[in-house]
Design a protein around this ligand. Structure first.
Ligand SMILES: Cc1ncc(C[n+]2csc(CCOP(=O)(O)OP(=O)(O)O)c2C)c(N)n1
Ligand SMILES: [Mg+2]
Length: 338
Protein backbone atom coordinates (compact mmCIF):
# COMPACT_ATOMS: atom_id res chain seq x y z
CA UNK A 1 0.00 0.00 0.00
CA UNK A 2 1.32 3.42 -0.95
CA UNK A 3 1.23 5.86 1.98
CA UNK A 4 -0.98 8.95 1.80
CA UNK A 5 0.74 12.07 0.50
CA UNK A 6 -0.44 14.20 3.41
CA UNK A 7 1.10 11.69 5.86
CA UNK A 8 4.45 13.09 4.74
CA UNK A 9 3.74 16.11 6.97
CA UNK A 10 4.21 18.39 3.95
CA UNK A 11 1.55 21.03 3.42
CA UNK A 12 -1.03 20.90 0.66
CA UNK A 13 0.66 23.88 -1.03
CA UNK A 14 4.08 22.20 -0.96
CA UNK A 15 2.61 18.99 -2.35
CA UNK A 16 0.90 20.99 -5.10
CA UNK A 17 4.24 22.54 -6.09
CA UNK A 18 6.03 19.19 -6.03
CA UNK A 19 3.35 17.47 -8.11
CA UNK A 20 3.49 20.33 -10.60
CA UNK A 21 7.27 19.90 -10.89
CA UNK A 22 6.97 16.14 -11.36
CA UNK A 23 4.33 16.54 -14.08
CA UNK A 24 6.47 19.22 -15.75
CA UNK A 25 9.46 16.87 -15.76
CA UNK A 26 7.44 14.02 -17.30
CA UNK A 27 6.02 16.24 -20.04
CA UNK A 28 9.43 17.81 -20.66
CA UNK A 29 10.96 14.36 -21.02
CA UNK A 30 8.30 13.51 -23.60
CA UNK A 31 9.29 16.66 -25.51
CA UNK A 32 12.99 15.76 -25.27
CA UNK A 33 12.22 12.36 -26.81
CA UNK A 34 10.38 14.08 -29.70
CA UNK A 35 13.29 16.47 -30.24
CA UNK A 36 15.79 13.61 -30.35
CA UNK A 37 13.63 11.47 -32.64
CA UNK A 38 13.13 14.34 -35.09
CA UNK A 39 16.89 14.94 -35.22
CA UNK A 40 16.85 18.32 -33.48
CA UNK A 41 18.93 17.07 -30.55
CA UNK A 42 21.48 14.28 -30.33
CA UNK A 43 20.67 12.21 -27.28
CA UNK A 44 18.34 11.77 -24.31
CA UNK A 45 18.25 9.74 -21.12
CA UNK A 46 14.74 9.33 -19.75
CA UNK A 47 14.12 9.04 -16.04
CA UNK A 48 10.47 8.04 -16.43
CA UNK A 49 9.52 5.82 -13.50
CA UNK A 50 12.13 7.40 -11.23
CA UNK A 51 10.56 10.87 -10.93
CA UNK A 52 8.52 10.36 -7.76
CA UNK A 53 11.47 8.88 -5.87
CA UNK A 54 13.71 11.72 -7.06
CA UNK A 55 11.22 14.42 -6.12
CA UNK A 56 10.62 12.95 -2.64
CA UNK A 57 14.41 12.72 -2.19
CA UNK A 58 15.10 16.36 -3.08
CA UNK A 59 12.13 17.60 -1.02
CA UNK A 60 14.04 16.56 2.12
CA UNK A 61 17.05 18.83 1.40
CA UNK A 62 17.73 22.52 1.83
CA UNK A 63 18.55 23.26 -1.81
CA UNK A 64 19.77 26.76 -0.94
CA UNK A 65 22.57 25.31 1.18
CA UNK A 66 23.17 21.64 0.39
CA UNK A 67 25.22 20.18 -2.48
CA UNK A 68 24.07 17.73 -5.13
CA UNK A 69 26.15 15.45 -7.39
CA UNK A 70 23.56 13.89 -9.68
CA UNK A 71 23.75 11.21 -12.36
CA UNK A 72 22.41 11.25 -15.90
CA UNK A 73 18.88 9.97 -15.08
CA UNK A 74 18.23 12.76 -12.56
CA UNK A 75 16.40 15.39 -14.61
CA UNK A 76 13.47 15.53 -12.18
CA UNK A 77 15.82 15.82 -9.21
CA UNK A 78 17.80 18.56 -10.98
CA UNK A 79 14.57 20.48 -11.67
CA UNK A 80 13.45 20.22 -8.06
CA UNK A 81 16.89 21.46 -7.07
CA UNK A 82 16.19 24.61 -9.10
CA UNK A 83 16.91 24.02 -12.81
CA UNK A 84 14.30 25.42 -15.20
CA UNK A 85 12.79 23.83 -18.28
CA UNK A 86 14.80 26.26 -20.37
CA UNK A 87 18.03 25.19 -18.61
CA UNK A 88 17.35 21.56 -19.49
CA UNK A 89 16.50 22.40 -23.09
CA UNK A 90 19.54 24.65 -23.53
CA UNK A 91 21.77 21.78 -22.38
CA UNK A 92 19.96 19.36 -24.64
CA UNK A 93 20.44 21.60 -27.69
CA UNK A 94 24.10 22.12 -26.63
CA UNK A 95 23.68 25.89 -26.41
CA UNK A 96 26.26 28.28 -24.95
CA UNK A 97 23.86 29.46 -22.24
CA UNK A 98 23.23 25.93 -20.92
CA UNK A 99 24.13 25.90 -17.22
CA UNK A 100 25.57 22.39 -17.07
CA UNK A 101 28.56 22.87 -19.37
CA UNK A 102 27.88 25.76 -21.76
CA UNK A 103 27.51 23.28 -24.60
CA UNK A 104 30.55 21.11 -23.79
CA UNK A 105 28.97 18.00 -22.29
CA UNK A 106 26.47 15.52 -23.66
CA UNK A 107 22.86 16.19 -22.62
CA UNK A 108 21.88 14.83 -19.17
CA UNK A 109 25.23 15.62 -17.56
CA UNK A 110 23.76 18.03 -15.08
CA UNK A 111 25.58 20.76 -13.22
CA UNK A 112 25.00 24.37 -12.17
CA UNK A 113 27.36 26.37 -10.04
CA UNK A 114 24.64 28.76 -8.89
CA UNK A 115 22.58 25.81 -7.64
CA UNK A 116 25.44 23.92 -5.89
CA UNK A 117 25.05 21.11 -8.39
CA UNK A 118 28.44 19.64 -9.31
CA UNK A 119 29.10 18.62 -12.91
CA UNK A 120 29.83 14.96 -13.61
CA UNK A 121 31.92 12.81 -15.92
CA UNK A 122 30.38 10.00 -18.00
CA UNK A 123 32.45 7.36 -16.19
CA UNK A 124 29.79 5.97 -13.91
CA UNK A 125 30.23 6.32 -10.11
CA UNK A 126 33.12 8.78 -10.51
CA UNK A 127 30.91 11.36 -8.77
CA UNK A 128 31.05 9.30 -5.56
CA UNK A 129 34.60 10.16 -4.40
CA UNK A 130 33.94 13.77 -5.45
CA UNK A 131 30.89 13.81 -3.19
CA UNK A 132 32.96 12.47 -0.32
CA UNK A 133 35.34 15.39 -0.90
CA UNK A 134 32.50 17.89 -0.99
CA UNK A 135 31.11 16.44 2.24
CA UNK A 136 34.56 16.61 3.83
CA UNK A 137 34.82 20.27 2.86
CA UNK A 138 31.70 20.98 4.93
CA UNK A 139 33.52 19.49 7.93
CA UNK A 140 36.61 21.64 7.28
CA UNK A 141 34.51 24.78 6.86
CA UNK A 142 32.35 23.96 9.88
CA UNK A 143 29.25 24.18 7.74
CA UNK A 144 26.17 22.04 8.42
CA UNK A 145 25.52 21.58 4.69
CA UNK A 146 24.70 18.06 3.51
CA UNK A 147 25.94 16.44 0.29
CA UNK A 148 23.71 14.25 -1.87
CA UNK A 149 25.09 11.92 -4.53
CA UNK A 150 23.24 9.46 -6.75
CA UNK A 151 23.98 6.65 -9.17
CA UNK A 152 22.36 3.54 -10.58
CA UNK A 153 22.71 0.08 -9.00
CA UNK A 154 24.91 -1.28 -11.82
CA UNK A 155 27.41 1.49 -11.16
CA UNK A 156 27.87 0.41 -7.54
CA UNK A 157 30.19 -2.34 -8.85
CA UNK A 158 32.77 0.35 -9.60
CA UNK A 159 35.73 0.76 -7.24
CA UNK A 160 34.91 4.44 -6.64
CA UNK A 161 31.69 3.45 -4.89
CA UNK A 162 33.66 1.44 -2.32
CA UNK A 163 36.37 4.08 -1.88
CA UNK A 164 33.86 6.86 -1.31
CA UNK A 165 31.74 4.96 1.19
CA UNK A 166 34.72 3.65 3.08
CA UNK A 167 36.13 7.12 3.69
CA UNK A 168 32.70 8.59 4.46
CA UNK A 169 32.13 5.87 7.04
CA UNK A 170 35.49 6.39 8.74
CA UNK A 171 35.09 10.19 8.85
CA UNK A 172 31.31 10.08 9.62
CA UNK A 173 30.73 12.55 6.82
CA UNK A 174 27.50 14.50 6.24
CA UNK A 175 26.75 12.71 2.98
CA UNK A 176 23.82 10.76 1.59
CA UNK A 177 24.73 8.11 -0.97
CA UNK A 178 21.82 7.05 -3.13
CA UNK A 179 21.44 4.04 -5.37
CA UNK A 180 18.55 4.63 -7.76
CA UNK A 181 17.89 0.95 -8.22
CA UNK A 182 15.87 0.43 -11.41
CA UNK A 183 17.06 -3.20 -11.57
CA UNK A 184 18.75 -2.86 -14.96
CA UNK A 185 22.17 -1.68 -16.08
CA UNK A 186 21.42 -1.11 -19.76
CA UNK A 187 20.37 -4.69 -20.70
CA UNK A 188 21.80 -6.49 -17.65
CA UNK A 189 19.18 -7.40 -15.01
CA UNK A 190 20.11 -6.91 -11.35
CA UNK A 191 20.44 -10.65 -10.62
CA UNK A 192 23.44 -10.58 -12.98
CA UNK A 193 24.78 -7.33 -11.46
CA UNK A 194 25.20 -8.30 -7.81
CA UNK A 195 24.68 -11.27 -5.51
CA UNK A 196 23.81 -9.27 -2.40
CA UNK A 197 20.20 -9.62 -1.27
CA UNK A 198 19.80 -5.92 -0.83
CA UNK A 199 22.27 -3.16 -1.70
CA UNK A 200 21.32 -1.27 1.46
CA UNK A 201 23.08 -4.09 3.36
CA UNK A 202 26.39 -2.88 1.95
CA UNK A 203 26.20 0.12 4.30
CA UNK A 204 27.08 -2.10 7.29
CA UNK A 205 30.41 -2.99 5.65
CA UNK A 206 31.41 0.67 5.85
CA UNK A 207 29.88 1.44 9.25
CA UNK A 208 27.18 3.45 7.48
CA UNK A 209 23.43 3.15 8.05
CA UNK A 210 21.82 1.39 5.07
CA UNK A 211 18.17 2.03 4.24
CA UNK A 212 15.96 0.30 1.68
CA UNK A 213 13.07 2.39 0.36
CA UNK A 214 10.22 2.00 -2.11
CA UNK A 215 10.96 4.86 -4.50
CA UNK A 216 7.48 4.57 -6.03
CA UNK A 217 6.02 5.66 -2.67
CA UNK A 218 6.42 9.42 -2.28
CA UNK A 219 5.79 9.62 1.46
CA UNK A 220 7.92 6.61 2.42
CA UNK A 221 10.79 8.03 0.37
CA UNK A 222 10.45 11.55 1.72
CA UNK A 223 10.42 10.37 5.34
CA UNK A 224 13.48 8.13 4.80
CA UNK A 225 15.42 11.04 3.32
CA UNK A 226 14.22 13.47 5.98
CA UNK A 227 15.68 11.16 8.61
CA UNK A 228 18.95 10.72 6.67
CA UNK A 229 19.33 14.49 6.17
CA UNK A 230 18.75 15.10 9.89
CA UNK A 231 21.42 12.51 10.77
CA UNK A 232 23.90 14.12 8.39
CA UNK A 233 23.11 17.67 9.47
CA UNK A 234 23.51 16.93 13.15
CA UNK A 235 26.84 15.13 12.74
CA UNK A 236 25.67 11.53 13.24
CA UNK A 237 27.08 10.50 9.85
CA UNK A 238 26.36 9.27 6.34
CA UNK A 239 23.50 7.12 5.05
CA UNK A 240 23.34 4.72 2.09
CA UNK A 241 19.88 4.60 0.54
CA UNK A 242 18.76 1.90 -1.89
CA UNK A 243 15.89 3.62 -3.67
CA UNK A 244 13.81 1.04 -5.53
CA UNK A 245 12.43 2.50 -8.72
CA UNK A 246 11.51 1.35 -12.22
CA UNK A 247 12.90 2.25 -15.62
CA UNK A 248 9.88 2.64 -17.88
CA UNK A 249 11.76 3.45 -21.08
CA UNK A 250 14.91 2.43 -22.93
CA UNK A 251 18.31 2.92 -21.26
CA UNK A 252 18.89 5.93 -23.53
CA UNK A 253 17.63 7.16 -26.88
CA UNK A 254 20.30 4.86 -28.44
CA UNK A 255 18.77 1.72 -26.93
CA UNK A 256 15.76 -0.51 -27.62
CA UNK A 257 14.68 -2.41 -24.51
CA UNK A 258 12.14 -4.50 -26.42
CA UNK A 259 15.12 -6.61 -27.49
CA UNK A 260 15.86 -7.73 -23.93
CA UNK A 261 12.61 -7.21 -21.95
CA UNK A 262 9.46 -9.14 -22.76
CA UNK A 263 6.16 -7.53 -23.73
CA UNK A 264 4.65 -8.88 -20.50
CA UNK A 265 7.42 -7.32 -18.37
CA UNK A 266 7.00 -3.95 -20.06
CA UNK A 267 3.21 -4.05 -19.66
CA UNK A 268 3.58 -4.87 -15.94
CA UNK A 269 5.99 -1.96 -15.54
CA UNK A 270 3.61 0.45 -17.23
CA UNK A 271 0.87 -0.55 -14.80
CA UNK A 272 3.19 0.47 -11.94
CA UNK A 273 3.91 3.97 -13.36
CA UNK A 274 4.30 6.03 -10.14
CA UNK A 275 3.02 9.18 -11.83
CA UNK A 276 -0.34 7.46 -12.35
CA UNK A 277 -0.40 6.47 -8.68
CA UNK A 278 0.50 9.94 -7.51
CA UNK A 279 -2.11 11.55 -9.77
CA UNK A 280 -4.78 9.31 -8.22
CA UNK A 281 -3.53 10.27 -4.76
CA UNK A 282 -3.50 13.98 -5.54
CA UNK A 283 -7.16 13.75 -6.58
CA UNK A 284 -8.22 11.47 -3.70
CA UNK A 285 -6.56 13.69 -1.09
CA UNK A 286 -8.01 16.90 -2.55
CA UNK A 287 -4.63 18.36 -3.38
CA UNK A 288 -5.84 19.20 -6.89
CA UNK A 289 -9.24 18.80 -8.55
CA UNK A 290 -9.54 17.26 -12.01
CA UNK A 291 -10.35 20.70 -13.47
CA UNK A 292 -7.19 22.14 -11.89
CA UNK A 293 -5.15 19.26 -13.28
CA UNK A 294 -6.53 19.91 -16.77
CA UNK A 295 -5.49 23.57 -16.47
CA UNK A 296 -2.09 22.49 -15.20
CA UNK A 297 -1.53 20.22 -18.21
CA UNK A 298 -2.40 23.07 -20.57
CA UNK A 299 -0.14 25.54 -18.75
CA UNK A 300 2.81 23.10 -18.75
CA UNK A 301 2.38 22.43 -22.47
CA UNK A 302 2.52 26.16 -23.16
CA UNK A 303 5.59 26.60 -20.95
CA UNK A 304 7.39 23.74 -22.72
CA UNK A 305 6.60 25.21 -26.14
CA UNK A 306 7.97 28.62 -25.12
CA UNK A 307 11.10 27.13 -23.51
CA UNK A 308 11.74 24.90 -26.55
CA UNK A 309 11.54 27.86 -28.95
CA UNK A 310 13.81 29.97 -26.74
CA UNK A 311 16.42 27.22 -26.34
CA UNK A 312 16.40 26.31 -30.02
CA UNK A 313 16.92 29.96 -30.98
CA UNK A 314 19.77 30.46 -28.47
CA UNK A 315 23.32 30.58 -29.91
CA UNK A 316 25.75 27.68 -29.95
CA UNK A 317 29.11 28.18 -28.22
CA UNK A 318 31.57 30.28 -30.22
CA UNK A 319 34.37 28.13 -31.68
CA UNK A 320 36.88 30.70 -30.41
CA UNK A 321 35.75 29.82 -26.85
CA UNK A 322 36.56 26.11 -27.32
CA UNK A 323 39.18 25.90 -24.58
CA UNK A 324 37.10 27.80 -22.02
CA UNK A 325 34.64 26.29 -19.52
CA UNK A 326 36.47 22.96 -19.41
CA UNK A 327 39.32 23.57 -16.97
CA UNK A 328 39.32 26.14 -14.17
CA UNK A 329 40.81 29.38 -15.47
CA UNK A 330 44.01 30.60 -13.87
CA UNK A 331 42.57 33.99 -13.10
CA UNK A 332 39.33 34.36 -11.22
CA UNK A 333 36.48 36.02 -13.04
CA UNK A 334 36.71 34.66 -16.56
CA UNK A 335 35.17 31.24 -16.46
CA UNK A 336 32.95 28.69 -14.83
CA UNK A 337 34.64 29.04 -11.44
CA UNK A 338 35.02 32.82 -11.67
C1 LIG B 1 33.06 3.24 -15.92
C2 LIG B 1 31.99 3.08 -16.95
N1 LIG B 1 31.69 1.86 -17.44
C3 LIG B 1 30.70 1.71 -18.35
C4 LIG B 1 30.00 2.80 -18.79
C5 LIG B 1 28.88 2.61 -19.80
N2 LIG B 1 27.59 2.72 -19.11
C6 LIG B 1 26.92 3.87 -19.08
S1 LIG B 1 25.50 3.75 -18.21
C7 LIG B 1 25.78 2.13 -17.85
C8 LIG B 1 24.80 1.33 -17.03
C9 LIG B 1 24.64 1.86 -15.67
O1 LIG B 1 23.56 1.20 -15.05
P1 LIG B 1 23.05 1.67 -13.64
O2 LIG B 1 24.18 2.06 -12.79
O3 LIG B 1 22.14 0.62 -13.12
O4 LIG B 1 22.24 3.02 -13.95
P2 LIG B 1 20.92 3.19 -14.83
O5 LIG B 1 21.39 3.55 -16.20
O6 LIG B 1 20.17 1.92 -14.80
O7 LIG B 1 20.16 4.31 -14.22
C10 LIG B 1 26.98 1.70 -18.41
C11 LIG B 1 27.51 0.33 -18.31
C12 LIG B 1 30.35 4.06 -18.28
N3 LIG B 1 29.70 5.17 -18.65
N4 LIG B 1 31.33 4.19 -17.35
MG1 LIG C 1 20.09 0.58 -13.19
Amino acid sequence: MTAQLLDSGLSKTTLQTIYKQILSARRLDERLIQLQRTGKTSFNVSGQGQEIGQAAMVAAFDVKKDYFLPYYRDMTAFMLWGATMKDILLDSFGRAEGPSSHGRQMPNHYGAKHLNVVSQASTVASQFPLATGVAYSARLEQSDRVTLVTTGEGSTAEGEFHEALNFAGVAKLPAIFVIENNHYAISTPSNEEYAAKNLADRGAAYGIKGVDVDGLDFTATYLAFKDAVARARTGVGATLINLNVIRLLDHTSDDNQRIYRSKAELAALKAKDPLKTMTQQVLAEDIYTQAELDDLEAAIKKQINVATDQAEAAPLPDVASLTEQVYAPKEKGNGIYG
